[in-house]
Ligand binder design. Structure first.
Ligand SMILES: [Cu+2]
Length: 158
């Protein structure tokens, strides 16, 4: 791992742990009735079409957690892609932009977190077939409190 990335990751770790503790204390009852389906708003989720032979794809969209939450993992069926990760884009020591996996994603209370080109995104590796405009990809989002959301993500140019 790049030396410049480590402090950022450590900081991210600290912020995430801190964030989720405070949220739990502030809303001791809020999460209990919501187990099973995470209380988050998902907007504008879409995947970009990929050319023939491409092995990677990306999904974008906006997540808002009214009470705060943490996105723990993302999944698609194995017949869509071999591996899925949350990525962010950072500048490396040489000044180039690089993608880095994010172990989890903090969702501050009522603050939209945008996954967009050039920033955070859901990354698909090992695509079984190109992502075709007009079709959909079923994406599962797993959140801190055990809640999950499954959505049919449209594939479109945007
Ligand atoms: Cu990526």
């Amino acid at each position: 791992m790049n030396r410049n990335v480590l402090p950022v990751l450590v900081l991210l770790f600290a912020l995430v742990s801190l964030g989720s503790c405070t949220k739990r204390e502030r809303h001791p009852m809020a999460s209990e009735g919501l187990r099973g389906e995470a209380a988050v708003n998902l907007k504008g989720f879409h995947a970009r079409p990929t050319p023939d032979g491409a092995t990677v794809g990306a999904i974008f969209g906006t997540i808002t957690a009214p009470l705060g939450d943490t996105l723990r993992a993302v999944k698609v069926a194995p017949d869509v892609a071999e591996k899925v990760e949350i990525h962010r884009i950072v500048q490396n020591a040489a000044g180039q932009m690089e993608m880095r996996p994010v172990p989890w994603l903090a969702l501050p209370e009522d603050e939209p977190v945008e996954l967009k080109p050039g920033g955070l995104h859901v990354m698909l590796f090992g695509l079984a077939a190109p992502l075709q405009a007009g079709k959909t990809v079923r994406l599962t989002l797993l959140f801190q409190d055990g809640g999950e959301r499954v959505l049919e993500v449209p594939i479109r140019d945007e």
